[in-house]
Design a binder for this molecule. Structure first.
Ligand SMILES: Nc1nc2c(ncn2[C@@H]2O[C@H](COP(=O)(O)OP(=O)(O)OP(=O)(O)O)[C@@H](O)[C@H]2O)c(=O)[nH]1
Ligand SMILES: [Mg+2]
Length: 614
């Protein structure tokens, strides 16, 4: 039997290719309402209505076959069959945004001129209708010489017709109207084609235009953005509390139950102190993570995020970056790894390198548990007036500190190591859309799952190993178990280095396993204190927050927070930087400068706080 035919989705960024891919193959590729979301190719299987199985590939968006950035290069190589280890696609699905037809037809002509079997998915016809556009697909079909199928990817409209069109797509001889055109000629042709295909147009985006005038206003825009972020961080603390408390109670209950049921011994201690206290101390932050992502996903889907990028462009230009860096930096608030990969949509190599180097300073969600546990223990839950909570304010300040640090570093790098001018910013603003509940639910579920999976795998493993290192060799009566343990002795070595910045031995101990994942800092503190409590019932019952309060001073806690704003405590980030920069030079540079910054920031915080009498 011959291999299944290969079908590839091509088109401008933000046309809805990944949404179509998901709808057709049942995959869960990330979709978001701004250009440059997909930066790698991804394949999946589907069965056409004719019963024919095909292999479908989702590609990064592109503006032309001549690549100007690493992600466009993937697209152009896959289409031409030059992608290593992959045959050229047999059929192309050219995805067009119906509400942005003229622009999207330029690249479509270039692709169709290749003469491969092809189908056009006239996607987002619902948005076109909403904006008062009535289109005639037959006109486009006539002009382009291939089947044109209207679709609404997110509502699964037109999928069967699209499948049938794929099944019957055949090789063609593109007419003279398509081949050998210059880019300018294609633009002129696109204009004429769009004009002919648009039957009627009643301007109905007045509301959106007004919204843009407000949100993109150079003065009002940043104020609105800041206010919005402010609400987000207040909500992370305020809304999460009842859920976090419930989870906390669940963890305590489990801990006590297992303790009561199991016989005394090392195995019981491993399960209660290592697994339940350690991993549980991280899991309780699930509600906060979910709330944070609910806001991020809503901002992405509505089209507001792209506006925020537009607003930030001026500020980015001041530090020598382009607004293009905004989306990768934004993704880094979830995790630096997809953020660093998203830099593939940046054209200028030095621009891209700078963005990679500063991405780890964006506060990723793995820091949230660390921040939250320390803030909850040391920052009073008071109102600073007008219903604004101090805890949320401190959390916002930590995020802002990361951003400001990153901008400062970019400024320095662009004048030294990655010298260059800021490049111009071209990004089309996506249409405003109401976030779809189902997409939000899927997105949140994915984030929650990533978090829980980390807790169940990497955090679990590291915590168990740490517990073992904390319990051997066993202390004699009268000795402190942590002091004599292997982990304790290792930490004593590191403690010498971090003592000048106010860290104690337990903090030093937390830093080592936290290289695997930042959240481990929390579970490792929880485990250390649980082991240290030994048989002391009172101490055992004390929650991690109370333990911290009784063992750390406020300046120490603040220094620890400052450390985590900058420290590159994540091996995966280093690994992905190595991959994206093809060598060890830049990851080594990143490690050195970020640890340096963390050390200075934590030290300065500690000594200033001490001097201020905190
Ligand atoms: N209303 C409407 N929205 C759509 C449709 N198709 C996609 N979208 C939305 O449009 C946005 C972009 O969709 P994606 O699938 O990420 O676009 P893409 O072409 O893969 O973009 P890149 O990966 O950046 O090249 C998302 O917010 C989708 O929810 C559609 O037919 N109708
Ligand atoms: Mg995509």
């Amino acid at each position: 039997m011959s291999r299944p035919r290969k079908v590839a989705l091509v088109g401008n960024p933000n046309a809805g290719k990944s949404a179509l891919f998901n709808a057709l193959t049942g995959a869960r590729q990330k979709i978001a309402n701004y250009p440059g979301v997909t930066v790698e190719r991804k394949s999946g299987r589907l069965i056409l209505p004719t019963g024919e199985p095909v292999e479908m590939t989702d590609l990064p968006g592109a503006y032309g076959l001549d690549p100007t950035s690493p992600d466009e290069e993937v697209t152009s190589k896959v289409i031409s069959g030059h992608f290593p280890g992959e045959a050229a696609p047999d059929v192309l699905i050219v995805v067009l945004d119906a509400s942005n037809l003229e622009q999207h037809l330029v690249f479509a002509q270039e692709v169709l001129a290749l003469g491969k079997p092809a189908v056009v998915a006239l996607n987002m016809v619902d948005l076109a209708e909403r904006d008062g556009l009535v289109l005639d697909p037959a006109v486009l079909q006539e002009e382009l010489g291939v089947r044109v199928v209207p679709t609404v990817a997110v509502r699964r409209r037109g999928l069967t017709e699209l499948g049938e069109a794929i099944a019957s797509a055949e090789a063609r001889h593109p007419g003279p109207g398509l081949t050998n055109l210059t880019q300018t000629e294609r633009r002129v042709a696109a204009h004429a084609m769009a004009d002919a295909a648009i039957l009627s147009e009643s301007k109905r985006h007045r509301l959106h235009a007004r919204l843009d005038r407000m949100l993109l206003n150079p003065w009002l825009g940043p104020v609105i953005l800041l206010a919005l972020l402010f609400v987000v961080f207040q909500a992370v603390f305020a809304w999460a509390t009842p859920f976090a408390d419930a989870l906390d109670a669940g963890v305590s209950w489990l801990h006590d139950t297992v303790r009561a049921l199991m016989p005394d011994g090392l195995l019981r201690d491993l399960i209660t102190e290592g697994v339940i206290s350690g991993v549980g101390s991280v899991v309780v932050f699930l509600p906060q993570i979910v709330i944070l992502f609910a806001f991020i996903l809503a901002m992405e889907a509505s089209g507001y995020m792209a506006r925020a990028a537009f607003l930030m462009d001026r500020m980015m230009a001041h530090v020598g970056l382009s607004g293009r860096s905004f989306i990768p930096l934004l993704s880094s608030f979830a995790c630096a790894i997809p953020g660093i990969m998203a830099t593939r949509s940046i054209t200028d190599p030095k621009d891209r390198l700078t963005t990679i180097l500063i991405a780890p300073m964006m506060t990723c969600s793995a820091r949230l548990p660390v921040y939250a546990v320390i803030i909850a223990a040391f920052i009073p839950n008071t109102n600073v007036g007008g219903g604004v909570g101090l805890q949320g304010l401190v959390l916002l300040a930590l995020y802002v500190a990361g951003v400001l640090g990153a901008m400062l570093v970019a400024l320095v790098l662009r004048r030294s190591v990655t010298k260059g001018e800021a490049s111009g910013f071209i990004m089309e603003l996506p249409k405003y859309q109401l976030p779809r509940l189902k997409d939000m639910a899927i997105g949140l579920w994915q984030r929650a799952w990533i978090f829980l999976r980390r807790a169940g795998t990497i955090i679990f493993t590291v915590t168990v190993v740490l517990w073992i290192l904390l319990n051997f060799p066993q202390a004699k009566p009268g000795e402190s178990q942590v002091d004599v343990s292997i982990a304790g002795r290792l930490a004593n070595g590191l403690a010498v280095v971090v003592e000048p910045i106010g860290f104690n031995r337990d903090m030093a101990l937390a830093l080592i396993p936290a290289m695997a994942a930042r959240e481990v800092a929390v579970s490792s503190l929880a485990t250390t204190y649980a082991v240290d409590a030994g048989d002391n019932e009172d101490q055992q019952a004390a929650e991690l927050g109370d333990q911290l309060k009784s063992r750390w001073t406020l300046p120490m806690a603040l220094a620890f927070l400052a450390w985590f704003v900058f420290a590159p405590q994540c091996m995966s980030t280093i690994a992905v930087t190595r991959r994206e920069t093809n060598g060890w030079k830049w990851p080594a540079f990143m490690l050195a400068y970020l640890f340096g910054l963390a050390y200075v920031a934590a030290g300065a915080t500690y000594w200033i706080a001490v001097a201020a009498g905190l």
